[in-house]
Design a protein around this ligand. Structure first.
Ligand code: KIV
Ligand code: ZN
Length: 513
């Protein structure tokens, strides 16, 4: 058994299945580059057969990522597997991850297949995948709720067909650490060829135990791969959180005795990028990446940390990428300095036109805000990528009037598919008035599920406000993010960004699981 623990990141596949978290090709590519900098072992880039958009995203990631294995999910059928192989063709190192459900409930109610049919399909699919790719992972979906006797037969068969990784999903987040660990241990002891594959854990967080279950799968069960997502992103209560698992194993090396290849200084930048791209904000008290994760408020703690940091700190904030908000640029900074800072932040804008547009926004921001921090630049570029890729609606101007005792009023000018229109409305507050003005012309009919405002950098009212708007229309849920020192403007941008996503034609077939 190796003492290396492989980190398999599925932010771009299982994480993306979270309602509203779906990403464009460019957004996925940007996150994939950050995951490569983070040095994760495997990036599950998507589910190539689910839509043309996801196929293109997996392909684009396979084209550029060199240091991590790029993986695509595929249902256990020839079409999905061939599509995954096609998307991964150019990857320096690739993996096909195929799955089929094995619990009685899923086989009977969802697949309407018998045990023997599922066994045969699993076997044939792994055989087919192995002919196309040397690295094949197999997952029995809802594995933890499956009959262990049947699971042993399936897993022995797929290992015999050449599966190199066996992943045991707790698809519905039902497991308890000790039970899950023993479940895997038992499978590994009973399956004669178990040692021919790396065993992997994949836990959902419905009972808040995804990280604990994953670590029990490693320590009790002997798994050597953990599937996880940045910020624990994922549908329902999310997936196992990458930063928590990695920092647990690293901080308690005395107990785990395992090595992880991750560059932990890239954790916070990755967390911010995923939060800003998806609009899923990180709760302040979230371990490792929450804004308060390293903040000591009590006097006794502050005093202790000042005397000796390890009195109350088990990890160092700077090790995981927290830096004091750095003033990086100001209004006198030139295009070259801006471009260089983008490079240092690992942001690669594809064309000179994109850099020019981002630089123009930077200058505009610097006119209104004297200190520009890294976070501001990341927000500005996220904004830019949305407009360049999928702009249909764009905010041109906004003015609003609010006065104590008066009903707020807003007027907006928006460009819609190149045509300019103006609209006005009253509202309960200036944000309400602005969004009502937009809606009065666009009549999208979308239902707002969430509206939230965050300060991008803490510590001052000069900070930019970052607004997330979640809209639902015709069964689709999307998030729009907008940033501006004026939160009314940020709100209008976020609203239009969400409408732009609803406009985009990218249809998606949700992966099972
Ligand atoms: O949760 C799950 O079962 C999955 C599989 C597709 C691996 O995500
Ligand atoms: Zn999953």
């Amino acid at each position: 058994m190796t003492d290396k623990l492989f980190i398999f990141d599925t932010t771009l596949r299982d994480g993306e299945q979270s309602p509203g978290a779906s990403m464009t090709r460019e957004e996925k590519l940007r996150i994939a580059r950050q995951l490569e900098r983070l040095r994760v072992d495997v990036i599950e880039a998507g589910f190539a057969a689910s839509s043309n958009g996801d196929f293109e995203a997996v392909k684009a990631i396979a084209d550029v990522i060199k240091d991590s294995t790029v993986c695509s999910l595929a249902r256990a059928n020839d079409r999905d597997i061939a599509r995954a192989a096609e998307a991964l063709k150019s990857a320096a190192s690739s993996r096909i991850h195929t799955f089929i459900a094995t619990s009685e409930l899923h086989m009977e109610k969802k697949l309407r297949m018998s045990r023997e049919q599922v066994l045969e399909q699993a076997r044939l699919s792994v055989r087919f995948a192995r002919n196309l790719c040397g690295d094949v992972e197999f997952s029995p979906e809802d594995g933890y709720r499956s009959d262990p006797d049947f699971l042993c037969r399936v897993l022995e068969a797929v290992i015999a067909e050449g599966a190199t990784t066996i992943n045991i999903p707790d698809t519905v987040g039902y497991a308890i650490p000790e039970l899950y660990g023993n479940f895997i241990k038992n499978l590994r002891e009973r399956i004669p060829n178990a040692d021919k594959a790396v065993w992997s854990v994949h836990c959902h967080n419905d009972l808040g135990m995804a990280v604990a279950n994953s670590l029990a799968g490693v320590m009790i069960g002997g798994a050597r791969q953990v599937e996880c997502t940045i910020n624990g992103l994922g549908e329902r209560a999310g997936n196992c959180s990458l930063e928590e698992v990695v920092m647990a194993v690293r901080t308690r090396r005395d107990y785990f005795g395992l090595e992880v290849g991750v560059d932990v200084s890239q954790i916070v930048p990755a967390s911010r990028l995923v939060a800003q791209t998806t609009g899923f904000v990180v709760q302040p008290n979230k371990a490792v990446v929450g804004a308060n994760a390293f903040a000591h408020a009590s006097g006794i703690h502050q005093d202790g940390v000042l005397k000796a940091r390890d009195t109350y700190e088990i990890m160092r904030a700077e090790d995981v990428g927290w830096s004091a908000n750095r003033i990086v640029l100001g209004k006198l900074s030139g295009r070259n300095a801006f471009k260089q800072r983008l490079q240092e932040l690992g942001i690669e804008l594809e064309s000179e036109a994109e850099i020019n547009a981002a630089f123009a926004r930077f200058k505009d921001l610097a006119d209104r805000k004297s200190e520009i921090f890294d976070e501001d630049i990341i927000a500005l570029v996220s904004d830019e990528s949305v407009t360049v890729e999928q702009e249909h609606y764009r905010l041109l101007s906004l003015s609003q009037r609010s006065e104590t005792g008066e009903r707020p009023h807003a007027s907006v000018t928006v460009s819609a598919g190149g045509h300019e229109f103006k609209a006005e409305s009253d509202g309960n507050g200036p944000v309400d008035a602005s969004l009502k003005a937009i809606e009065s012309k666009l009549s999208s009919g979308a239902e707002m599920l969430l509206y939230s405002v965050n300060a991008i950098t803490s510590g001052s009212t000069e900070s930019q406000g970052e607004v997330t708007v979640r809209l639902q229309l015709g069964g689709r849920v999307v998030n729009g993010v907008g940033a501006d020192p004026d939160i009314v403007v940020a709100s209008a941008k976020a609203y239009l960004a969400a409408l732009n996503k609803l406009q985009s034609k990218a249809e998606r077939v949700a992966a099972q699981g």
